[in-house]
Design a protein around this ligand. Structure first.
Ligand code: ATP
Ligand code: MG
Length: 394
């Protein structure tokens, strides 16, 4: 058993001792069986939230309305969720009602894919009600139960299928794939924030090529903001070699570059996806840098404004198209900049005012901006005296 599971065993044993069942469930069991790294440990139990709370001294109500209580054990938190069924799926979204049940099989039945529906006892014994082990062996993502029904219940599962196919380098089983194709339109009913999370995870996973092709093949792309107009661009991304993305910004920058969007269009795309203002701003900056790399006209000011992290992200995207420079060169060029931020400028508004060079007001900002430009471009030394003289000329 992985270390994370070993550490959780006393918690599980205590629940079992009290006469309830407790299992590791979800992604951590899947990833353990696959022999990969696990991140969050999810535990499911027949005990109701109040019963869990009465068993342990230190608990936090992290999601008590869905049946989740966090138990603190040896400075670690373990989320324990009561077995539940879901009902009242409306508008193809998440259920509005969860019902706690005592039966493990009821809980496993509501899960999305066979490989996500294992349960593992603290002693390592695996429950596999839907032949998930066989699907795992055959590298297949297969819906639990009737795929059409399951996608009608919650259309996000279609995105999740694509995401896990990309993450695990598995294929979507043919009936499941067919059902996705048939119901792809239901994606338009899903809150964009949920699609966003799955899409970015898919793109950052091992095999985004396949994920994108699956989205095209099943028509899912048609029901995702802005993507509908870019079928050929999505296919062209899927043809890039060694595609591996390291951040959300790289994902959006690649999409924006491949769609040939200008700044305004990037803004429009990402607003539709309800991205944060920070993500929008960084994507715009990164894309601008990609365009400069392509034209081979990246200047000092642009490097300064963009910052090294986004420059490296831009260079990484450029590498898929073959117009990147070496990271080393980029880092050297960046390091050679006289200043890296405004704070390093040897002058500020206070100094200009105190020396009677400028009065407070809008002009002050213009002068400082001009000085910042001159210093970054290496036209003037970054020395207070020199900059004061220069300011008088502006
Ligand atoms: P990851 O390693 O990316 O976290 P995960 O399998 O743990 O993958 P989560 O989104 O954390 O994925 O969900 C945990 C588990 O909850 C899943 O393994 C699955 O059993 C179940 N699940 C999550 N979302 C859904 C859904 N929309 N429909 C059905 N079951 C779901
Ligand atoms: Mg998880």
């Amino acid at each position: 058993l992985p270390n994370e599971f070993e550490k959780a065993r006393p918690v599980m044993q205590k629940i079992e001792k009290a006469g309830f069942e407790a299992y590791f469930v979800g992604g951590s069991v899947r990833d353990t069986i696959l022999g990969g790294k696990i991140h969050d440990v999810d535990i499911a139990s027949s005990a109701y939230p109040q019963e869990i709370k009465s068993l342990f001294n230190h608990t936090v109500d992290t999601g008590i309305e869905h049946g989740t209580v966090m138990v603190l054990h040896n400075k670690k938190g373990y989320e324990i969720t009561t077995f539940r069924t879901e009902s009242g799926y409306q508008d193809y979204r998440r259920p509005d009602k969860v019902t706690f049940v005592r039966s493990l099989s009821e809980d496993l039945k509501r899960r999305d894919f066979t490989i996500n529906a294992f349960a593992m006892r603290e002693n390592g014994e695996v429950t596999d009600l839907f032949n998930g082990l066989e699907d795992m062996h055959n590298h297949l993502i297969r819906a639990v139960g009737n795929p059409s029904e399951r996608f009608n219940e919650d259309a996000l599962r279609m995105m999740r299928a694509v995401r896990f196919a990309s993450k695990l380098d598995f294929d979507i089983e043919s009936n499941t794939l067919e059902a996705i194709h048939k119901h792809s339109k239901l994606l338009s009913k899903i809150a964009i924030e949920r699609i966003y999370t799955e899409f970015v995870k898919m793109m950052m996973a091992k095999r985004p090529k396949q994920g994108l092709l699956d989205m095209v093949k099943t028509d899912m792309y048609k029901y995702i903001p802005v993507f509908g107009d870019h079928r050929d661009d999505l296919i062209s991304i899927s043809k890039l070699n060694n595609l591996k993305l390291n951040s959300e910004i790289e994902v959006w920058s690649l999409i924006s570059f491949a769609f040939q969007l200008d700044s305004e269009q990037i803004h429009h795309l990402l607003k539709k996806w309800k991205a944060s203002n920070d993500v929008i701003k960084q994507t715009e900056m990164c894309c601008a840098a990609i365009n400069h790399l392509q034209k081979n006209d990246l200047n000092k000011w642009q490097m300064y404004e963009t910052g090294i992290d986004l420059l490296l992200a831009a260079n990484h995207i450029a590498s898929f198209y073959g117009f990147d420079v070496s990271d080393e060169q980029l880092i050297n060029d960046y390091d050679a900049l006289t200043i890296k931020s405004k704070k390093e400028l040897a002058i500020n508004g206070g100094i200009l005012i105190k020396n009677g060079i400028c009065k407070p007001g809008p002009q002050l900002g213009n002068i400082l901006f001009e000085l910042e430009h001159l210093v970054v471009q290496g036209k003037v030394d970054n020395q207070t005296e020199v900059l004061m003289q220069e300011a008088k000329k502006i």
